[in-house]
Design a binder for this molecule. Structure first.
Ligand SMILES: *Cc1c(COP(=O)(O)O)cnc(C)c1O
Length: 441
């Protein structure tokens, strides 16, 4: 049933992921449960790495954008697939370090890196920091000077390409909290500033044009604009980039409104980018820079599903039917945040035809707490197991303890066997940081 081997329907009529029966998974680990197929994660990491090796002479590095799903096991997998990681906070960096991830292969982002995050990044020896503010350049300089070190940095630039799923918008005056616009000369000004810093080594530029993008031309256009900028700066400041980082953003399948791209198909996104870089470098007489990309969603989204148990069913006659599951916005806030669409199945009745259109309601005290409002399912019964697909990215990483619900555990399936990569929370975890001041006792 699945074009990439991750999801199948087994002989019992149950959904399976990576060879593990979803009904057995819930029996063993309970629900809600995040489940990841290790093979798919590795295949995605490999396709990007191999494309850089085969089409760009290996002169680059794939950085897993760990904000999509950050836990120690993910960094361990990335390390074993010989790719790097990007982090956007001290917490993600700490998680990577705990997993024994090589700091030199880490690129640090953030539009407001805290003083202690910058200091921690330098202590760890992070390979690259992407500068996104003047004050930050000053702070990294000061921290590097204190250590008698020189920190490699990129500058985050905004090429004025705003990418959407199937379209892009070119904006003359980009309005974003991220990056320095090329238009108007802001990007060049910060480059000139960073070049005056003795303890910063400017290696090049970074841009990230958006997320869930299917249109290859968006990446091509961004590359063209960045290289045109690089050529201009070479003329004015005599600085040519050694590194260009084009961020992530490659789209994934959530519903049949999205393209279904086989693993091998992601090669073409990188190929288009590589061709554009080669062409522009030839045109502007620039040396080919080291190429970095930062895919997050496309590596983990389709590798993951979430399993739930149906606990209550409510029909509002003539209006809608609510199937209430044991999760909700505390473990998947994306519908509440972005009206994101998903596909769901009954994992224990995976061969039955869909006969109903229903809303999947969470258990939080918010009327808006839904996983979605237009799922096609067979008529659900109490105790059925609902699988929501493509939940591997930005679900666990956005989870909270809202209503003091426990954040579900995550398991990783390898050759049909599942193991915890994130253990279940307990009620003790919830009160661990709580304090009652003496005067309240
Ligand atoms: C979010 C983000 C990414 C990853 O984007 P995906 O859409 O998950 O591939 C990469 N780089 C930066 C700077 C980001 O903010």
């Amino acid at each position: 049933m699945n074009f990439r081997e991750t999801l199948k329907i087994n002989e019992k009529g149950h959904l399976s992921i990576g060879g593990a029966d979803c009904v057995d998974l819930v029996r063993e680990f309970g629900s809600p449960l995040y489940v990841y197929d290790e093979a798919h994660i590795r295949n995605m990491m490999r396709i990007y790495r191999e494309t850089i090796e085969e089409e760009y002479g290996g002169n680059g590095l794939v950085l897993y954008a760990s904000k999509a799903f950050s836990c120690e096991a993910m960094y361990a997998i990335a390390k074993s697939e010989r790719i790097g990681a990007d982090v956007v906070s001290g917490g993600e960096l700490y998680t990577a370090m705990q997993a024994g991830f090589p700091a030199k292969d880490i690129c640090m982002h953030g539009n407001n890196k805290l003083p202690q995050e910058i200091s921690y990044a330098l202590d760890c020896g992070v390979g690259l920091i992407v500068v996104d503010a003047y004050s930050e350049a000053d702070r990294i300089e000061a921290e590097a000077e204190k250590r008698g070190a020189i920190q490699d940095v990129l500058i985050r630039i905004n090429p004025g390409v705003e990418a959407h799923t199937h379209a892009y918008v070119q904006t003359a005056t980009p309005d974003s909290k991220f990056g320095f616009p090329i238009a108007g000369g802001e990007a060049e000004k910060i480059a000139a500033y960073v070049l005056t810093k003795k303890h910063l080594r400017l290696l090049g530029y970074h841009c990230h044009i958006g997320s869930q993008i299917f249109e290859k031309q968006s990446f091509v256009l961004a590359a063209e604009k960045c290289l045109k900028f690089a050529a201009d700066v070479k003329k004015t400041l005599n600085f040519a980039p050694h590194v260009l980082n084009f961020g992530g953003g490659f789209g994934v399948w959530y519903t049949d409104a999205d393209e279904k791209i086989p693993v091998e198909g992601y090669r073409t996104y990188l190929s288009a980018l590589i061709s554009a870089v080669k062409k522009a470098c030839a045109e502007y007489h620039l040396e080919l820079p080291r190429l970095l990309i930062e895919p997050g969603r496309s590596i983990v989204a389709e590798a993951g599903i979430t399993l739930y148990t149906v606990g209550a069913i409510k029909e509002i006659p003539g209006i809608r039917k609510y199937i209430a599951i044991d999760g909700g916005m505390f473990e998947n806030p994306r519908f509440c945040l972005y009206r994101s669409k998903y596909t769901a199945m009954l994992a224990n009745r995976a061969t039955e035809p869909c006969t109903e259109r229903v809303s999947l309601a969470g258990k939080c005290c918010e009327s808006g707490d839904l996983i979605g409002d237009d799922f096609n399912l067979p008529a659900a019964r109490l105790g059925d197991i609902v699988a929501v697909l493509t939940t591997g990215a930005y679900n666990y990483s956005m989870a909270s303890n809202y209503n003091r619900n426990l954040i579900p555990p995550a398991v990783l399936v390898h050759e049909g066997k599942a193991e915890y990569i994130v253990r279940p929370q307990t009620y003790e975890d919830l009160v661990r940081a709580d304090v009652i001041p003496a005067r309240l006792k």
